[in-house]
Unconditional design. Structure first.
Length: 162
């Protein structure tokens, strides 16, 4: 497992580069805890099953393609900023490809942080503050009803490792 303070620092620095509205303490903690629950900061490829979710945040490549096509395409300034932060050419965002994003999400830590934060940013509800609220928010908006995770699992992992 990666040192938690180092991971929190990388998350904080990345979100601050995105802009202050993305970098609240609550957002930093939700992104950190999402990665912790999804991978324990140990796995960069989904265990078992299809092995499709990638990176510490276990983002599926189609999710990033959707973020590019349905969100970033209409926010060129943010697209430019995100590309710079991730050290990626604009073409990965303007003509997204699932196979390329599978590799990027597996190998580019910053891209995983950005993908997680933008995924939560699009949720039309306030950022959760407490652990219970974060567990509910994660399950509803990130893991979804289709995912195997539970709110109880989220809280257990955070209490044990976080």
């Amino acid at each position: 497992m990666i040192d938690s303070m180092q991971m929190l620092t990388v998350i904080k620095e990345t979100l601050e580069k995105m802009g202050s509205k993305y970098a609240s303490h609550d957002a930093q903690m939700l992104v950190y805890r999402t990665g912790l629950v999804e991978s324990k900061y140990k796995y960069i490829m989904q265990k078992g099953g299809s092995n499709i979710a990638r990176g510490f945040w276990q983002c599926e490549p189609w999710v990033m393609v959707s973020l590019c096509n349905d969100y970033l395409q209409y926010r060129k300034d943010l697209l430019k900023k995100v590309a710079e932060i991730c050290y990626l050419d604009w073409s990965f965002f303007t003509a997204p490809d699932e196979d390329k994003w599978r590799n990027i999400l597996t190998t580019n830590l910053i891209a995983g942080i950005v993908a997680c934060r933008l995924h939560y940013w699009r949720v039309p509800h306030p950022m959760p503050k407490t652990l219970d609220e974060q567990a509910e928010y994660w399950k509803r908006w990130y893991n979804t009803s289709k995912g195997a995770g539970t709110e109880e699992h989220f809280k257990e992992i955070v209490m044990k490792y976080g």
